[in-house]
Design a binder for this molecule. Structure first.
Ligand SMILES: Nc1ncnc2c1ncn2[C@@H]1O[C@H](COP(=O)(O)OP(=O)(O)OP(=O)(O)O)[C@@H](O)[C@H]1O
Length: 681
């Protein structure tokens, strides 16, 4: 009996050449091969009718090779051709299709007249003939007895160079039969009613599509369980720390409310309530404040900080970039200094190896995440607000804890991420959601333009500026080169200066140093400049409510999440706003993405579309390496499974918090080092 850890080299029915081919495809052990899912299934109980015309989806045909020959287009392009006839005599459709293989000199050894075959591919038209180029192709061998290759659902795997599909299928089939069912049983079974060895058999050789899907779901549940166990484990560890009781005094908060020119939204009030309740608990708060762009997170953060300060401790705000730290600093100073709160900005003079001295003891200290490395700055840190934007910095939280500091932690994120991902990445946090837009915001229109003329665009910008508004003119980064990036913005800047002679145009990009950036932003905020040529440095956190127009050039080059963040810079004031997405319309993929932007402004919808368009592998990026491999689960569709996994994980940790007793076998699933994930497109 074979166990999953057995090297394939030790598997008797494999010849050495096959072992090498499998190893080249990354398959080294029996378990690897079992986990290697079919790419698709072919239902060989019923084949498609031979198509009557080209176009349409891929078809799966069964027929006989009636003729085959080497041919050529001119002297160079050699190809091999096989005519396949419908076994039923051409009752349906054309009854005949020609398969072609280009530049595959060895193919004639594999395909010959008289063979009965199965071909799979998209039929197209070539000079009036129906052809399938490079079809998937399998020769039927009728060797008597029930076959795993015919009259059933058949798995089709990704190609392994050196091993034919048919042989691959035989290998997996034989392996399944030789596996030790006991060795396949997991330490903790997420679904004892469905033995794992059966699930393996059914995922490879299902009797029906539904069976394959049921098996996939079982494995997906296992994957989610492993993820959620980590999440619940971290949460339990957080709860072991003792923090302090804060937030019992509320006089500063009351005065803050009185100075605000607007009422907080219901969602803001609710979040603050949840935060207060957490802060009053002796264990450290670990809360996520999730809100779409412009939902008013900053004010919730300020309220929380005031509660901390009123209890006599310090509060810190960590931003992902210097420019954001500066922006926060200005906002916090504006609102908190009138209340007598000392707000300070810790500038990153790290490169020079010095830290700028801070005068006096700050009550609110604002800086980049580098603040973490600086114990001196804090005398009595009670609350940390982490502004993560795109960065999912699980590491930041654990680093604080590792330093022996266990303040209350509030993580703010504006990144719309699908709920399933929130449950995974932030699953160890309690969540407050700002799902309400502040009142008094103007309407927002997003328009996709593929053929806009510059004169029209310029006129539109002029009209808005004439009406007293301001505009962002956004250009994409050229990722490879900071210098190029600056140049393309510079070029655009010069052009816009000429186009808008009556107005002042500013420019901001990543090459400017922090003071220059701040100066440019300040002038735009104060309406000293009316148009701002910008790269994505403005994508997060910038708040200029009078700016109501954004023109995004080469919009197809931005990721969806990024576009959403960019657009979030407008629509923050009372005026109607316009986001114009300019693109040449050449990329279908790009157009699909931009159409999403045109259709919705809901960050969650956009996040899910992003996941759908880019695929979880891309969106999740490095999370996969940090939190385990996701192969079976679908982050978009399997929400219910994820919840089930969470409930199971909760139960396990409830029964055995340290995984040292009844569930000790699960200890191996815990990753001690959480990863940082970056979702930038
Ligand atoms: N309750 C409210 N009523 C009216 N305006 C509000 C309210 N809360 C916040 N604002 C205003 O809305 C704008 C956005 O608020 P804030 O900067 O806190 O949002 P945010 O969620 O941090 O946004 P982003 O992630 O886009 O930076 C600011 O101009 C702020 O003054």
């Amino acid at each position: 009996m074979i166990v999953p850890s057995a090297p394939l080299a030790s598997v008797g029915f494999l010849v050495p050449k096959e072992v090498i081919s499998l190893a080249t495809a990354g398959l080294h052990r029996a378990g690897n091969l079992l986990d290697w899912l079919p790419r698709r299934y072919e239902d060989r109980r019923r084949f498609d009718a031979f198509p009557a015309q080209a176009g349409g989806p891929a078809v799966c045909l069964r027929g006989t090779v009636v003729d085959s020959m080497k041919r050529a287009f001119g002297p160079r392009r050699k190809f091999y051709e096989a005519v396949v006839m419908d076994g039923t005599g051409g009752v349906f459709g054309s009854g005949k299709v020609t398969c072609r293989w280009f530049n595959m000199p060895f193919i004639h050894k594999m395909v010959a007249a008289g063979q009965e075959v199965i071909v799979y591919g998209k039929p197209k038209d070539s000079g009036g003939k129906l052809v399938i180029d490079h079809p998937e192709f399998e020769v039927i061998r009728l060797d008597g007895g029930p076959s795993i290759h015919l009259e059933r659902m058949v798995p089709i795997y990704r190609n392994v160079s050196g091993i034919a599909q048919r042989r691959l299928r035989e290998i997996v089939h034989e392996l399944l039969g030789a596996m030790d069912p006991l060795a396949l049983a997991p330490a903790f079974d997420v679904d004892p009613s469905y033995p794992r060895h059966e699930a393996y058999r059914e995922v490879h050789f299902p009797e029906a599509v539904e069976q394959a899907e049921a098996a996939r779901r079982r494995f997906a549940l296992e994957e989610f369980f492993a993820l959620q166990l980590n999440v619940v484990w971290r949460r339990a560890r957080n709860h072991e720390h003792t923090g302090r009781v804060l937030g019992t005094k509320t006089s500063l908060l009351k005065r803050f409310y009185e100075t605000l020119p607007f009422d907080l939204t219901g969602a803001q009030k609710r979040s603050i309530k949840e935060i207060v309740a957490d802060m009053r608990e002796p264990r450290p708060m670990n809360r996520l404040l999730q809100g779409d762009v412009g939902s008013g997170k900053t004010f919730v953060a300020m309220a929380s900080m005031l509660l901390a300060i009123d209890s006599g401790v310090q509060a810190a705000l960590m931003a992902p970039t210097q420019i954001l730290a500066e922006q926060h600093f200005l906002t916090f100073r504006k609102w908190l200094e009138p209340l007598g709160v000392r707000v300070m900005l810790k500038t990153a003079a790290k490169e020079e190896g010095t830290h700028l001295p801070l005068e006096g003891t700050p009550q609110v200290l604002i800086g980049t995440h580098a603040l973490l490395y600086d114990k001196v700055a804090f005398q009595d840190l009670g609350l940390v607000v982490i502004d993560e934007q795109h960065k999912f910095g699980v590491t930041q939280r654990s680093r604080l804890i590792a330093q022996g500091i266990t303040p209350d932690v509030l993580v703010m994120t504006a990144t719309p991420i699908p709920r399933t991902l929130t449950m995974t990445i932030y699953g160890d946090l309690d969540v407050s959601i700002l799902d309400e837009r502040p009142a008094g915001r103007g309407k927002m229109v997003t328009a996709l333009r593929t053929t806009a003329k510059q004169t029209e665009i310029t006129k539109f910008v002029k009209d808005q500026l004439d009406a007293g508004r301001q505009a962002y003119l956004v250009y994409p980064l050229v990722e490879e080169s900071e210098t190029l990036k600056a140049e393309s913005a510079t070029e655009a800047f010069e052009k816009w200066q000429k186009r808008l002679p009556a107005f002042k145009v500013g420019m901001v990009h990543g090459k400017l140093d922090p003071e220059q950036k701040e100066d440019v932003m300040r002038r735009f905020r104060d309406n000293e400049t009316q148009a701002l040529v910008a790269t994505t440095v403005i994508e997060v956190g910038v708040d200029v409510p009078n700016a109501n127009l954004m023109i995004i050039h080469h919009a197809e080059r931005f990721g969806l999440a990024q576009l959403h963040q960019l657009r979030g810079r407008i629509g923050r004031g009372e005026h109607k706003s316009y986001c114009i997405l300019l693109t040449d319309g050449k990329s279908a993929e790009g157009m699909e993405k931009l159409a999403v932007m045109e259709k919705t402004s809901d960050g969650f919808v956009i996040a899910e579309e992003d996941l759908r368009l880019r695929g979880p592998g891309d969106v999740l990026g490095t999370m996969q390496s940090g939190l385990g491999d996701i192969r079976f689960a679908d982050f978009l569709a399997d929400t219910a499974l994820l919840r089930e996994a969470r409930a199971l994980a909760d139960q396990v940790i409830r029964e055995d918090a340290m995984l040292s007793d009844t569930h000790a076998a699960l200890r191996g699933l815990i990753h001690e080092k959480p990863s940082t994930v970056d979702q930038r497109g």
